[in-house]
Write a protein that binds this ligand. Structure first.
Ligand SMILES: [Zn+2]
Length: 315
């Protein structure tokens, strides 16, 4: 185990405690959070004003979750968040999800943009229909870089999508601290907002390797009483396939700092196993409220065999 990562993890765990933790694998059976036909935690309505007929995914289907659902979300909110938030996140991750073989609602995604087509069977990836100038294949190093455009997406909606996941997993007793956060993610118009932000920071990481996370893990950590109160009150961390995302949950009554410019990073399994260099980690500011078009993304895949075939191996 890597010493630096372990020390960093111990440091975090002396300041934050875990208040929710979910691990989903292919074998996980269907599980529901909350109580059937209860109140919707997002619009506060109950039956007969709203219905609870649809199985609401607690984490998006597009990240491979078809096991963890929630009773605490009505059909209207389910539809609204799908359209407004999850679609934007799925568009941002479309190229990545295809390359990493993340199975969504319609099976394995197929990336098709401009002249490029990328397909996956879940165990092998086919990039033969990508223009040659967009591919950098170093066979000796077992490394491939694919550069492609991603669909237009709205950065703030993607951020709100992570916040929505966090609020879904949040224990009832903590939700009272996040009334403004609920109000914020319910806003239909991202520009016309009661809560303008200059900073909405997200840690994102990609192990860029065929060795990947086993299943989906989602955790919420809460600041301990003796921890510096300028640190975010609650943070959310999601890992699945080759990806990691971590966000502080904004607009809590318990936060003393409105403008979060830094927050502690939670080391994950590849960090502990291989050290901090294995995962490519970046910090994104997702406060932008308009649709971003023509964004180019370079996806790196490491540890290929000589033929260039990607074989997925669970970490
Ligand atoms: Zn609702």
């Amino acid at each position: 185990m890597n010493k630096d990562a372990l020390n960093a993890l111990n440091d975090i765990m002396s300041q934050y405690s875990t208040i929710a933790s979910h691990h989903i694998t292919d074998e996980s059976s269907k599980q529901f959070l909350g109580v059937r036909n209860s109140i919707c935690r997002f619009c506060k309505k109950t039956t007969p004003d709203v219905s609870f007929k649809k199985d609401a995914h607690a984490l998006p289907h597009c990240i491979g979750n078809n096991a963890l659902f929630t009773y605490n979300e009505c059909d209207l909110c389910n539809y609204k968040f799908g359209r407004l938030l999850e679609n934007e996140f799925a568009k941002f991750m479309h190229l990545n999800h295809t390359i990493s073989g993340v199975r969504g609602k319609n099976g394995y995604p197929k990336y098709k943009m401009d002249d490029a087509l990328i397909k996956t069977t879940g165990s092998n990836i086919d990039w033969s229909d990508v223009p040659i100038e967009n591919i950098n294949h170093n066979k000796d190093a077992g490394l491939i870089k694919i550069k492609q455009k991603i669909p237009a997406f709205i950065p703030i909606a993607m951020y709100k999508c992570f916040v929505k996941m966090a609020l879904t997993l949040m224990p009832d007793n903590e939700l009272v601290q996040f009334e403004n956060t609920l109000d914020w993610i319910n806003e239909e118009n991202h520009q016309n907002t009661k809560y303008p932000f200059e900073n909405l920071l997200l840690f994102h990481g990609n192990v860029a390797t065929t060795e990947r996370f086993h299943g989906i893990s989602a955790i919420l950590v809460k600041r301990m009483d003796n921890t510096d109160r300028t640190k975010p009150y609650i943070m959310f961390r999601l890992t699945y396939a080759t990806f990691m995302f971590q966000v502080p949950i904004p607009l809590s009554k318990m936060d003393t700092t409105k403008k979060v410019t830094e927050f502690p990073y939670i080391p994950n399994l590849p960090d502990l196993k291989f050290g901090f260099n294995k995962m490519e980690i970046g910090l994104m500011n997702l406060h932008y409220t308009e649709s971003l078009r023509g964004t180019e993304m370079t996806v790196t895949i490491k540890d290929l065999d000589g033929s260039g075939t990607v074989k997925y191996i669970d970490a």
